[in-house]
Each structure stands twice: as structure tokens, then as C-alpha cells.
Design a protein around this ligand. Structure first.
Ligand SMILES: Nc1ncnc2c1ncn2[C@@H]1O[C@H](COP(=O)(O)OP(=O)(O)OP(=O)(O)O)[C@@H](O)[C@H]1O
Length: 456
């Protein structure tokens, strides 16, 4: 695998140009005088021979090639993506040897970020190559307009020409792609007036780590998503739309919406909340579907309550209900439609249906091949509770009260949402756990009393 590391340099200008080499020669002479005065003769010989060695190697190495990577491309019509890539890539290689850098907190994420400035020359290593980067602001000294016209100069030994173009620069680009994917904001799209998509940033913190599910379930979902992502070529080969469908069912507050957010944050996919009630006809639906971006999660919530979606009347096309003055459709036809629309696009889509009442769902939807994975979210047991205790009370690991809570959770049904609410009531974790035990015991008594009443 390619290895790359960057060592920053401030004072070493020895290897960039012939002019610099001349400067080094002059410096050597100066050094010789200084050394004569200060350093014993034997040590002098050693130092001078090493320096000469270094200097002559630099000369023998031959021509140095310099690439110019301008900020703007195409007669200043567009941004140069390679410039952007270098700008993002170089700070990731900074070691603790830097002497001068730009530092700031960008608007997009509240973390401290670094950038190269024109005082800092950097040396990157890629496999056996050394690459010298320098950022120069406005090198031609032309009057600047609104744009900052900077240029990266990339110097390297001429013998690496091909490898720099074919291996190193693609490596810089691919690191840039990975950085962009990581920094990408996730948006929530919703249907606003006139059946148009509007969007806002999805700033929900749910992740797979914070989800209170049994660990096996979490693992199963993650593996399924990963497998789906890996199989792009297979879907293409068999001519199937590259999509995956999940049916999430369970009582309110068990984490169906939280799971959608965790998926979106994990995959960096945007979420499209497809509220069918906001669409008045099938052309609206068609428009909504075609206006969705690639790499997205389409969510249709509470499908059992969706008045717009009828139980199965037909498997093909929409089912017209003229008596009601509005076009209605079945979930099956909706899925067929999605398949048709996306079959040729080769784009990554995830479709999620959620319901609190799986028993009320159109059986056609439960047929194999329709929804790829049925995920039953349910009341919390010990493992899920431990995740919530870690999220809300910062208890990572065991606690003497957990065993008592485990026993009670086997008897009393509580959703993660209710547990979260209970744990948030107290700042002190011991108090919160004791109060939660009281809460569960109280529920347990109510259940026992209800059972007794039924028996009588
Ligand atoms: N499994 C979970 N893990 C972590 N937090 C959860 C979980 N389930 C619920 N919560 C907490 O409860 C809140 C509500 O849960 P969420 O909206 O995800 O449940 P839901 O099953 O989608 O409910 P509904 O069916 O009412 O839409 C979440 O914001 C979160 O704080």
C-alpha cells in the first residue's frame, strides 16, 4: 500500500531550484569560515564532508520538475479541483515540525482547522518519492479581484514525472474525496408548498453508537448496509436498481426515526421525508421522486396510517379512485414505480418504511424481495439500557444498580424514549438510577395489580 507522510520545512530551500543551490553554496563558504573559528579541526572535516556529500547529491539528482497548480482553471472560469484537493490534503499530512500555519474554525464544523500559508514549505513523502509543496499567493502579481489567486508549486525529481501524474496526484485526489465525504453535511428534505422539496441541515446526533438496540441487531443492520454498499457491480450486472428497502416496525419511541438518522449520519446520505399526504396527484409524486438526489434515504413514515396509500388493489401503476376526487396508489405500485425509475440510474438509494402496526400493513409489502430487511424495534432490555446509561449519565461500564434494573426490565415494558426521559431528570447518576428503579417498581406493581384484577 502507498505510504505518504509529510514533513514540514521552513528553512530548507536546498532542493527547489538552481538559484537555491547557489545560495546553499554561498552558505557553505560562510559556514566554512565560521566553522574554522569555532570548531575543532577533526570535527570540521567530518561536518564539511557530510555537507559536500549532501550538496553534490542534490546536484547529481538531476533536473527538478515543477508543476503549477492554480486556484482557478479554464481562463479563470472555474475552480481547479486539484488546487482544492491539495489545499485539503496537505494539512492532513502536517507533523509537529511545522513552524508557520494558518489556523481557524470554519463555519461548517466547529473544529479547529489548519491550512498552509505561503511561509510554510512542506515536503511530502509518497512511497520512495519526495514531493516539495509551496503555496504562493498571487505569484504573477496581477491585481486581485474578489478571488484570492493562489498557486501551489509542486517540485520533484524529473525521474518521477510519470508516477507523480499517474499515482501521486490521483492519491491526493482520492484523499480529498474521502475528506469531503467525511465533512459532508447531511440534509433533511421535506415537501413544502407546491409539492417542492425544501431542505434543512439534519443536525441530529443519533449514531449507531448511541442507538440503544441489542448489539446483535445493531451488528446485523450495519452488516446489511455495508454489504449493500459493496455490491454496486452486482446490481449493475443483474440489471437491478441499486436500492435497499428496510421496514422498521415497533411501538412509538423505540427508535425508528433515530435509526434513520443514524443510517444517514453513518452513510452521509441525505434523508427525504416523503409525506404522501402533501402530494395531490401522481405527477407530483413523479416529480418528487425524480428530484431526489443520489445517495439518499427515502422515508415514508407510519405507512399503516397513510390515508393516501390504499390496501392492495392492483400491482401495476396507480389506482385511480375517481369518487374521492384524488388519485391514490398502493404501496406495491409505489415500489414498482421506484424500481422503474431507478433501475437504470445506478444510484444508491435506501427506502425506509416505518410503522407502529405491522399487522395492518399490505401483505404485498411483506413479500420477499419487497422490503429487504424487516427490523423489529422493541422495548428495552439490559444491553439497550446500558447504552442509554452511557449516553445520558456517562456511565461507561458496569454499575452496582444495573443488575436490579436488568431484572425489572425483564418484567416491565419500557421504550428507550421513556428511559431517556427518566434518566434526564437527574444530574447525579446514582440518584437517576435509583429513581429509575423506583419508576420501574411502580410500573411493576401496577402490572401485578392489573393481572390480579383480571384473574378475579
Ligand atoms: N433505540 C433508541 N436509542 C436511543 N435513543 C432512543 C431510541 N429510541 C428512542 N430514543 C429516544 O427517544 C426519542 C424518540 O424516539 P424515535 O422518534 O426515534 O422513536 P420512533 O420509534 O420513531 O417513535 P414514533 O413511532 O413515535 O415515530 C429519540 O429522540 C431518542 O432520544
Amino acid at each position: 500500500m502507498a505510504s505518504s507522510s509529510l514533513n514540514s520545512l521552513v528553512t530548507s530551500k536546498a532542493l527547489s531550484t538552481a538559484t537555491t543551490l547557489a545560495t546553499v553554496a554561498a552558505s557553505l563558504m560562510f559556514l566554512r569560515t565560521t566553522i574554522n573559528d569555532l570548531i575543532p579541526h577533526q570535527l570540521q572535516t567530518l561536518i564539511l564532508s557530510k555537507l559536500k556529500d549532501l550538496f553534490s547529491k542534490a546536484q547529481i539528482k538531476g533536473t527538478i520538475v515543477m508543476l503549477e497548480i492554480n486556484q482557478l482553471w479554464d481562463d479563470h472560469q472555474s475552480y481547479n479541483q486539484l488546487f482544492k484537493a491539495a489545499k485539503a490534503y496537505l494539512p492532513t499530512r502536517i507533523t509537529r515540525t511545522y513552524k508557520s500555519l494558518k489556523v481557524g474554525v470554519p463555519d461548517v464544523d466547529d473544529k479547529i482547522a489548519f491550512a498552509l500559508n505561503s511561509k510554510q514549505e512542506v515536503v511530502d513523502e509518497f512511497e520512495d518519492m519526495k514531493l516539495y509543496w509551496k503555496l504562493v499567493d498571487n505569484p504573477q502579481n496581477v491585481p486581485t479581484d474578489a478571488f484570492e489567486k493562489s498557486t501551489f508549486f509542486l517540485s520533484f525529481n524529473a525521474k518521477h514525472r510519470d508516477r507523480v501524474i499517474n499515482e501521486y496526484l490521483p492519491h491526493v485526489l482520492s484523499v480529498y474525496e474521502a475528506i469531503k465525504a467525511k465533512q459532508r453535511n447531511v440534509n433533511l428534505h421535506y415537501i413544502s408548498s407546491y409539492s417542492q422539496w425544501s431542505r434543512k441541515e439534519l443536525k441530529h446526533p443519533a449514531t449507531f453508537e448511541t442507538l440503544a438496540f441489542e448489539p446483535e441487531l445493531k451488528q446485523r443492520i450495519l452488516e446489511d448496509i455495508e454489504r449493500f454498499l459493496r455490491r454496486k457491480e452486482l446490481y449493475k450486472k443483474v440489471g437491478k436498481p441499486w436500492k435497499r428497502g428496510y421496514l422498521l416496525y415497533g411501538p412509538p419511541g423505540t427508535g425508528k426515526s433515530s435509526l434513520v438518522v443514524a443510517m444517514a449520519n453513518y452513510l452521509k446520505f441525505d434523508v427525504y421525508n416523503l409525506e404522501l399526504a402533501r402530494l395531490s396527484c401522481d405527477s407530483d409524486l413523479m416529480k418528487a421522486m425524480t428530484d431526489m438526489s443520489n445517495r439518499s434515504i427515502v422515508v415514508i413514515e407510519d405507512i399503516d396510517c397513510n390515508k393516501e396509500v390504499h390496501t392492495r388493489d392492483s400491482d401495476s401503476g396507480y389506482v385511480s379512485k375517481p369518487n374521492q376526487g384524488m388519485r391514490k396508489f398502493t404501496l406495491s405500485s409505489l415500489l414498482n414505480y421506484m424500481d422503474g425509475l431507478w433501475s437504470s440510474s445506478g444510484e444508491e438509494r435506501i427506502i425506509v418504511f416505518t410503522t407502529n402496526h405491522v399487522e395492518k400493513i399490505d401483505p404485498a409489502l411483506l413479500r420477499p424481495g419487497r422490503m429487504d430487511m424487516h427490523i423489529n424495534l422493541t422495548f428495552s432490555k439490559g444491553n439497550a439500557f446500558r447504552t442509554l446509561a452511557s449516553n445520558y449519565l456517562d456511565i461507561h461500564g458496569d454499575h452496582p444498580l444495573f443488575q436490579q434494573i436488568d431484572v425489572l426490565l425483564e418484567k416491565v415494558q419500557v421504550t428507550p424514549a421513556v428511559i431517556a426521559e427518566q434518566l434526564l431528570r437527574y444530574e447525579d447518576s446514582d440518584v437517576a438510577l435509583k429513581e429509575f428503579i423506583r419508576f420501574l417498581q411502580h410500573k411493576d406493581i401496577i402490572i401485578a395489580e392489573a393481572d390480579n384484577t383480571t384473574q378475579v
